[in-house]
Design a binder for this molecule. Structure first.
Ligand code: NDP
Ligand code: PYC
Length: 331
């Protein structure tokens, strides 16, 4: 089997697979765009690896095959979206532009999203905001997979947060990270590929340290950075849950159909216009020297650069053959 695919072939594979599961072509293409861009950038745990889960939640009926997400403007700054049980990339494709317009108009905008299934990286949404000259911040919660600092029971999701800083003549700076020591997807890939993980990544079901990803999957992940990361994970439970009118991870799990796909939940996205907030046209005059200094330090890697470099010279992507077989056999 040829497991070397171009980005266009990946896009088509995702679109056709989701169409086969009954999804509208609008929704299939939005997810195909997100997955193919993840593969292009080397975000392997949130590329094709997620396709069986996306397929499963369409087949089970948890995710709406033909959703019609809608947007209401609550105040000048707050946009509220009912996702209509869609996949998040469809909501982003339809409504991020509204968030851009609001934020450019009054300096700040919030997109508060309900009833959406988020199974992707978050950089696609913050990067678009930064490409439009805005600071972007996004977070979403998940289902319990992470023990709060000090505990050996899971309560927090892997709760990612992404931040993007716009630059006038360069690619934006974008970080996107789980608040667990590692994304669950990367633990699943390590288990599949038989790689050990560093001590401190997670603990087994009895609360003992382990390097075995299978034992971490039976047990739980730990937050990044000890109690400080734990509080970030807690913050995201509030921001992507109650603040947007949604459940926190443990109730999300109680409501979830266990079909292998993502649960329905919320997402919080905020955009900030630097020229309005700083009241300066040359709002980047203090940022650029800082970025230059940071980049000059030996050993420093600017987040987002790896992905931008990857996409510059990508021709084909090698896809795990077991995964490809699984995708081809999805019914
Ligand atoms: P990583 O730990 O791989 O990377 C986190 C961030 O740190 C990235 O911005 C990365 O930049 C940067 N980075 C990585 N290594 C270095 C380094 N050596 N020096 C400086 N910066 C570095 O990601 P995670 O495992 O935490 O998360 C992976 C993905 O999982 C994310 O995209 C996240 O959104 C997604 N996720 C999604 C969830 C959901 O519910 N939808 C839940 C949890 C995670 P770069 O991108 O440039 O490599
Ligand atoms: O990798 O932790 C993860 C994750 C959860 C939902 C989507 N990705």
């Amino acid at each position: 089997m040829n497991n070397s695919l171009s980005i266009e072939e990946i896009f088509n594979l995702v679109r056709d697979t989701l169409n086969r599961a009954g999804s509208s072509s609008h929704q299939s293409e939005a997810v195909a765009d997100t997955i193919s861009r993840a593969e292009r950038d080397g975000s392997v745990s949130h590329g094709l690896f997620r396709l069986p889960g996306y397929f499963a939640s369409l087949k089970s009926g948890k995710v709406n095959p033909n959703p019609n997400p809608n947007l209401s403007q609550i105040t000048k700054a707050v946009l509220k979206c009912d996702g209509d049980r869609s996949y998040a990339p469809l909501v982003h494709k339809k409504f991020l532009n509204n968030l851009v317009n609001v934020s450019k108009d009054i300096g700040v905008g919030i997109l508060s999203i309900n009833r959406v299934a988020h199974f992707a990286s978050l950089w696609p949404e913050t990067e678009i905001l930064a490409e439009n000259g805005l600071v972007g911040i996004a977070c979403t919660s998940y289902m319990p997979a992470v023990a709060p600092f000090g505990a050996s029971k899971k309560l927090y999701g892997t709760n990612p947060i992404s931040f993007a800083w716009p630059r006038k003549n360069e690619n934006p700076i974008v970080f996107d990270m789980a608040t667990s020591s590692l994304a669950l997807g990367d633990v699943q890939i390590a288990a599949r590929d038989g790689h050990d993980l560093p001590i401190g990544t997670g603990i087994d079901k009895n609360g003992n340290d382990t390097t075995d990803p299978k034992k971490i999957l039976e047990g739980m992940l730990l937050p990044f950075g000890g109690y400080k990361g734990s509080h970030f994970a807690m913050m995201i439970e509030f921001l992507a849950g109650p603040l947007v009118g949604e459940t926190t991870s443990f109730i999300t799990k109680e409501n979830n159909i266990n079909d292998g796909g993502p649960p329905l939940g919320g997402q919080f996205i905020m955009a900030l216009a630097p020229e309005i907030i700083s009241d300066l046209n040359d709002w980047d005059k203090n940022a650029e020297p800082f970025i230059e200094k940071l980049s000059s330090f030996d050993g420093v890697r600017i987040p987002g650069k790896r992905r931008h470099d990857n996409r510059n010279n990508i021709e084909k992507v090698e896809v795990n053959s077991e995964l490809l077989n699984k995708i081809y056999s999805l019914k």
